[in-house]
Design a protein around this ligand. Structure first.
Ligand code: ATP
Ligand code: MG
Length: 401
């Protein structure tokens, strides 16, 4: 199954030595079968969490009790986090969160999972356990609920949005009739979902490699209008994605895609999805009634825009505003804007947090000092060089050992 090519395979082997009965579960099995790279390694085991911690510790492996209430222990091996979760079964439900209990029955654990493609497990010896036909569904591009769709949605309304997330990525076949009907009948339950969870799913749908069919399906079912105050225009976003090159600077930006999707003003959308302050400001700026680069503008006009706003924002707004005609002209104006734009400092606070620097005022000072060094050097240092410089200064300042 290509387990040997997994990023983190050595770490996985160390855990498997101590917990030989544990199986890979969920997304990683699905991605292995689909031949796609997988982000996280998730294991499940019939052992209760305290026994898992004991075995790992005895072998000298570091454990972090990341989600003990859910039965999850994270082993940190060779810098690689591996999540180990005790088998569970769904007990009862309040419609928002399933209430779970431990079990030693693999099938019960698979049965509480959302989709057949997410309910497979793989043993250390390479045996695939596929209780609900997930492998065949994956091959057919069929995203199907485990059990009755209507019941699974009643247990947990978030599964409606998870359906679209997986449909966007794996649903090459026609959408599952039963799932679509069940979602259509359960729309009001979307109102009870937390804003963070809605945005977290929606952003993944928006950034899927080819989200068009799924977005149109969500629109036709009334899902998007339910989620976004002021309503949605999926057809506009879909047309734009299909016909107009999205500038690479903003291609991975979910807020730009959201801006192309919404009909109403930015404020209520930002509130409804509880966007971060930066995201909310960006959405407002993208939709603001301000100049956008369009084909035919001369250099002086582009320079005036760049004096007021960063190139990435202008490129995003240009993409939003473009009427879809003359795609060659659009690429040309992007290229001219890029050539004129002042260089952008290639480091951000989140880069420093990502490598383990503690949040706080010291971080802001480090960033400012590094930016000064970058400006003095004629803005030629790239991301890696700036990061290296910043780390040196962090060590000097004692922020980092
Ligand atoms: P991705 O690669 O996008 O992270 P994933 O399958 O790992 O996909 P997660 O959201 O990380 O998705 O969930 C991990 C696994 O947990 C899923 O594969 C599924 O088996 C199970 N799961 C997660 N959320 C739910 C839910 N709301 N209802 C039922 N099962 C769920
Ligand atoms: Mg995952």
């Amino acid at each position: 199954f290509g387990v040997s090519r997994l990023a983190g395979k050595d770490a996985l082997d160390q855990v498997w030595k101590v917990l030989p009965e544990a199986r890979l579960v969920g997304g990683v099995v699905r991605d292995l079968l689909a031949g796609r790279p997988s982000m996280d390694i998730d294991l499940a085991t019939p052992l209760p969490p305290d026994a898992v911690i004991q075995r790992l510790s005895q072998a000298g492996l570091r454990t972090i009790p990341t989600g003990l209430a859910h039965g999850t222990v994270t082993a940190l091996v060779l810098d690689h986090p591996i999540e180990i979760t005790t088998l569970r079964r769904d007990e009862a439900t309040d419609g928002r969160h399933a209430v779970v209990a431990w079990t030693t029955d693999w099938r019960e654990d698979a049965a509480r999972r959302d989709f057949t493609i997410n309910a497979m497990s793989l043993t250390r010896d390479g045996v695939l356990h596929d209780y609900f036909g997930g492998a065949a569904d994956l091959a057919a591009g069929h995203v199907r609920f485990v059990g009755l769709a209507s019941k699974r949605i009643e247990e947990d309304a978030l599964r409606m949005l998870r359906y679209f997330r997986f449909q966007a990525r794996y649903g090459t076949g026609a959408p599952d009739r039963e799932a679509v009907d069940a979602i259509a009948a359960a729309l009001p339950a979307l109102d009870g979902l937390s804003a963070e969870r809605v945005w977290s799913e929606l952003r993944r749908i928006l950034l899927a490699p080819d989200p068009a069919a799924t977005l149109l399906l969500m629109q036709s079912l009334g899902v998007l209008d339910r989620l976004l105050p002021g309503g949605a225009a999926a057809d506009r976003l879909v047309r734009r994605l299909a016909h107009l090159a999205i500038p690479e600077e903003v291609a991975g930006d979910p807020v730009l895609r959201l801006a192309a999707l919404v009909r109403g003003p930015a404020g209520p959308v930002a509130d409804a999805l509880r966007l971060s302050r930066a995201e909310a400001e960006q959405l407002a700026a993208l939709l603001a009634d301000r100049p956008a680069p369009v084909a035919g503008l001369d250099d002086a006009a582009l320079r005036r825009m760049l004096a007021d706003e960063p190139a990435s924002l202008l490129l995003g707004r240009g993409w939003l505003r473009h009427d879809g005609g003359n795609p060659g002209g659009w690429c040309a104006v992007c290229a001219r804007l890029r050539a004129m734009a002042p260089p952008v400092f290639p480091l951000a606070g989140r880069d420093l947090l990502a490598i383990g620097l503690p949040a706080g005022p010291a971080l802001g000072r480090l960033l400012a000092a590094t930016r000064g060094w970058w400006l003095q050097g004629g803005c030629s240092a790239d991301h890696a060089a700036c990061l290296a410089h910043c780390l040196d200064r962090a060590r000097e300042a004692g922020v980092l050992a």
